[in-house]
Design a protein around this ligand. Structure first.
Ligand SMILES: *[C@@H]1O[C@H](CO)[C@@H](O)[C@H](O)[C@H]1NC(C)=O
Ligand SMILES: *[C@@H]1O[C@H](CO)[C@@H](O)[C@H](O)[C@H]1NC(C)=O
Ligand SMILES: *[C@@H]1O[C@H](CO)[C@@H](O)[C@H](O)[C@H]1NC(C)=O
Ligand SMILES: *[C@@H]1O[C@H](CO)[C@@H](O)[C@H](O)[C@H]1NC(C)=O
Length: 470
């Protein structure tokens, strides 16, 4: 996939031999100047994964967009741009070419839209896609569930937040039930227990009522925030340090990027950065976010550090663009969940991420090496007075330039946008969509094993879920 110096896919012995001859020379010449590539090569590169899409009603995917754009207006902060679009949008007339919401609260989770858009693309246009759509379950490696779970949840929060955690009168709950009930009566689900089904569940509140039911499937999530609480309840707090993943696990699930909200800054346009460290966001957060509050108090009066609260609207966006483009480092502390789209905005802004979030999970690990362009700091260190500032000051200009060059190489990897109306059309071979499907492809042997193992169990036998993967 990525042309990398370690890739060994040379077919003929002759070429291998000549490479062996050239290699020591090139090592001699380039050894001192090469920097590791933050994109790591994969030894075996199959060229596709076969994906079947069950026939769910349109009301569970693009129909939700019809509904969103047909709303009179959304009064929540961040909806200004969408309210403008609504004024010109003729409800339901544009059919399949509906944009995803611009409201940052929703847009950051738009993976569902881009992944389905790629799968819906006419096969003649699908030149760069790793996912190949097949039209029979028998041929498929995995079954992709075309449910816009994030949009379904957010629609309910807009229309009637009060019933979100209830079932009565909750349209989001009804949609979740429709999806799960539909799938469970299919042969495909029955033969695998759902293990080879792929759900996009990026918003931590998406699929709220059926998380346990979809747990056997391959879940595309931004992190494990929102799942911890359920899991730790089930595990009876036997050990506070170990996360009992009976619903989510790095073994079967795939961490996907947030959709970045700030425009990309190309390396060629990078300018001198006067601020040492930048952070914009809410000071107060729940759970893991206590760290954020403590850090805030420690850093707020330090010279060279900008900490600001902001709003998720156009004013806030301008503020972030300026802050992230004029600072060397961008702080990424845990919030309500271990991650946020701030990390991906920092990468697009070429601001070196400082990650203070001990149990963070990141997309495409093993394919992207974050330590080549980010700084990871233990929460315990960051909370010591002056530690963080001294640490950041210890990086030389050369090191920071190297981080930024490496970051520029991974900017396209965290890109979903394909510039196509409705998100349907050719995608970049180097973008997030293909990285996601390659990650799913890596899980296949393990899933096949689990399905076969499950099949041999005599009727009535039930083994408790026992994945305790840390
Ligand atoms: C557009 O679609 C939504 C959802 O399918 C529906 O509720 C609404 O009535 C439709 N509007 C028009 C003008 O047809
Ligand atoms: C939780 O642990 C307590 C004490 O070890 C035990 O009595 C109780 O039955 C456990 N509950 C569950 C649901 O396993
Ligand atoms: C963003 O929100 C803040 C707080 O409500 C407001 O003061 C500001 O004018 C808003 N900016 C825009 C462009 O709407
Ligand atoms: C994909 O990445 C490779 C190597 O980084 C680059 O040569 C190629 O131009 C990229 N393709 C696109 C469409 O961005």
């Amino acid at each position: 996939m990525m042309p990398l110096k370690n890739t060994c896919s040379i077919p003929s012995l002759f070429i291998s031999l000549s490479i062996l001859c050239i290699l020591p020379l090139s090592l001699f010449f380039f050894h001192s100047s090469t920097t590791p590539n933050p994109q790591i090569s994969l030894q075996t590169s199959p060229n596709s994964i076969k994906v079947y899409i069950p026939d769910l009603p349109r009301s569970l995917n693009y129909g939700l967009l019809d509904k969103y754009w047909s709303l009179n207006q959304d009064s929540r902060i961040g909806s200004e741009v969408d309210n403008e679009i609504r004024k010109t949008h003729v409800p339901n007339s544009s059919g399949k070419f509906l944009p995803y919401p611009e409201n940052p609260i929703i847009k950051q989770y738009s993976a569902e839209y881009w992944i389905l858009g790629d799968l819906m693309t006419d096969v003649k246009l699908k030149i760069g896609s790793f996912a190949k759509r097949v039209f029979s379950v028998e041929e498929a490696d995995v079954i992709f569930v075309p449910f816009f779970a994030t949009l379904s949840a957010e629609m309910q929060l807009i229309v009637n937040k009060g019933v979100f955690r209830k079932k009565d009168g909750n349209e989001d709950y009804e949609r979740q039930r429709m999806v799960v009930d539909f799938l469970k009566q299919t042969e495909a689900w029955k033969r695998s227990g759902g293990r080879d089904h792929v759900f996009v569940i990026t918003d931590p509140v998406a699929m709220w009522h059926v998380k346990a039911e979809v747990a056997p499937a391959i879940l595309l999530v931004v992190d494990f925030g929102g799942w911890y609480k359920l899991d730790s309840k089930a595990s009876n707090h036997s050990s506070p340090d170990m996360i009992h993943h009976t619903q989510v696990s790095l073994l079967k699930d795939v961490i996907v990027p947030y959709t970045h909200l700030l425009p990309r800054l190309p390396l060629s346009e990078n300018q001198k950065r006067e601020t040492l460290l930048y952070f914009k966001g809410a000071k107060h957060r729940h759970r893991g976010g206590i760290v954020r509050e403590k850090l805030w108090d420690l850093l707020i009066n330090e010279p060279g550090i900008v900490m600001e609260e902001g709003f998720p609207n156009a004013t806030g966006k301008e503020q972030s663009i300026k802050g992230m483009r004029t600072s060397e480092f961008c702080l990424h502390p845990a919030g309500d969940t271990p991650t946020s789209c701030r990390l991906f905005d920092a990468v697009q802004s070429l601001c070196i991420p400082i990650i203070v979030s001990d149990n963070i999970e990141l997309p495409f690990e093993g394919m992207v090496d974050y330590s080549e362009f980010s700084v990871f700091v233990a929460v315990s260190d960051a909370l010591q007075p002056s530690w963080l500032v001294n640490h950041l000051k210890s990086y030389s200009d050369e090191q920071k330039d190297r981080f930024r060059r490496n970051m520029a190489l991974v900017q396209p990897v965290f890109e979903y946008e394909n510039g196509q109306p409705g998100g349907i059309g050719p995608i970049s071979p180097n973008g997030s969509i293909n990285y996601i499907w390659r990650k799913v492809h890596q899980k296949l042997p393990m899933i096949k094993e689990a399905v076969i193992r499950e099949k041999r169990k005599p009727p009535g036998v039930s083994v408790p879920l026992r994945c305790h993967c840390t």
